[in-house]
Write a protein that binds this ligand. Structure first.
Ligand SMILES: Cc1ncc(COP(=O)(O)O)c(C=O)c1O
Length: 427
């Protein structure tokens, strides 16, 4: 498969036409979020193909928490990564076996820890205090515990500060010392937790590349060996290399295919591939499977420039609206029957959302064909960190999430939220 390939406007057009014919997108239902389940399965298959046999691909739930999407992930043989106890429950609801579930929250309470150990899920601790709390569990629970510790390998930040976690001042995990004496003392401390068998690194989400991802794994390998040496026996058998493979949001973005990642690990630190590996990819698996369609309600003039107002905005693409300098979504324009508009006579257009918030723009001065009321805007590569970050500002319900199956049929993965659902939400 071509991992870095994106869904093009022409790929989307037949699905849009079908959605219009089936009445999924109309005046009363002005937006739909689509997820290509065939694409999702082939991405998961590619992960399983290129990583060593037995690697647990625990797909990050936060990237797309829709239970039917998670179920598709589980049925394709992958596991799940949870960042909260609620995500643990989502994983179980999606049919994930506890032994295929990794729990990573940085703020686990004592009851979270107890429930995780009782369930038998894989727990990545964030700090020494958490390891000490785990150590207070009953000997029976500890005997079966699968525990790793997250370390900050301090390999440097990626392009986006807020989603980088490998800088010296990053807030997650234990900062790993850089010098040999420091590493030795650190390893000795960690070796004192006899039931600790895993190491975890995750250096960021979007904006990282192989120059940070691969050294993070190398640092984990160095520490694993130091812990084994300090313990005088093989202790660390599992290395969780986290997620962080970037997604191409524009054609000029450079993608990294999992095969390239594995080849780079094989070059730099082949011994890493001999460990029980866990990965936690989210964005790179889910984002390219999703696209979102919304009807243009109005086109009005803003200081002489045209502005299209649709039904998806900062509620749907929070980061694009609030941090436009870091985040971008490609937009395609279709006529009301789902035909892509010709890319001629392009003009700068503003694309605004529906919220009563003056910053609710998903694009400003974007070169687009003339947009008219009733046209349909498609936002590309929206399968990750959109539904999971849905904002309740102005209480607009989330549109239906529609899965696209192999024979081109649609399956509702999550019903559209109605006004009544909003009343229930806020009651
Ligand atoms: C601990 C952890 N693992 C995995 C991920 C998923 O990262 P990505 O979606 O970039 O692959 C994240 C995202 O922030 C994370 O915090």
């Amino acid at each position: 498969m071509n991992w870095n390939q994106r869904l093009a406007p022409d790929d989307i057009s037949p699905w849009l036409g079908q959605a219009l014919r089936e009445g999924l997108l109309d005046d009363a239902k002005p937006s739909v979020l689509f997820h290509d389940l065939v694409g999702l399965r082939s991405r998961l298959k590619e992960l399983h193909r290129v990583f060593p046999d037995g690697t647990l691909h625990a797909i990050a739930i936060k990237a797309n928490p829709v239970v039917e999407v998670l179920r598709a992930v589980v049925e394709a043989g992958a596991g799940l990564e949870a960042a909260s106890m609620e995500e643990v429950e989502l994983a179980l609801a999606a049919g994930c076996l506890p032994e295929r579930l990794v729990f990573d929250s940085p703020a686990k309470s004592r009851s979270d820890i107890r429930r995780s150990l009782e369930l038998g899920i894989y727990l990545n601790a964030d700090n020494l205090e958490e390891l000490e709390r785990i150590g207070e569990s009953s000997p029976e629970l500890l005997a079966g515990a699968k525990v790793g510790i997250r370390i900050n390998p301090a390999v440097g930040e990626g392009r986006i500060a807020a989603t980088s976690t490998g800088g010296l001042r990053s807030r997650f995990g234990l900062a790993m010392p850089q010098d040999p004496e420091g590493i030795e003392a650190f390893a000795k401390r960690l070796a004192s937790f006899e039931w600790l068998h895993g190491l975890h690194v995750h250096v960021g989400s979007q904006g990282c590349d192989l120059t940070t991802l691969v050294p993070a794994g190398e640092r984990a390998l160095t520490l694993a060996r130091a812990i084994d040496a300090a313990a005088g026996e093989r202790r660390i058998d599992t290395i969780d290399i986290g997620g962080g493979l970037p997604t191409r949001y524009r054609n000029e973005d450079v993608g990294i295919a999992p095969a390239e990642y594995v080849a780079a690990i094989r070059d730099a630190a082949p011994a890493l591939l001999d460990y029980q590996l866990i990965t936690e990819f989210g964005r790179s698996v889910q984002a390219p499977c999703g696209f979102a369609a919304t009807r243009v309600e109005y086109v009005k003039e803003l200081a002489g420039e045209p502005m299209a107002v649709g039904h998806l905005g900062a509620d749907f693409a929070l980061r694009v609206a609030y941090r436009g300098q870091d985040w971008w979504l490609d937009i395609s324009v279709y006529s009301p029957n789902g035909e892509p508009k010709d890319l001629v006579d392009l003009r700068p257009m503003h694309v605004a959302g529906p919220l009563c918030f003056s910053g609710d723009f998903l694009a400003r001065d974007r070169m687009l064909p003339a947009i008219e009321p009733g046209d349909i805007l498609v936002f590309h590569d929206t399968g990750a960190y959109t539904m999971g970050m849905w904002s309740r500002h102005c209480s607009r319900g989330m549109p239906a999430v529609v899965g696209i199956e192999g024979d081109g049929t649609f399956r509702t993965l999550r019903e559209r939220e109605s006004a009544r659902d909003m009343v229930r939400f806020w009651s």
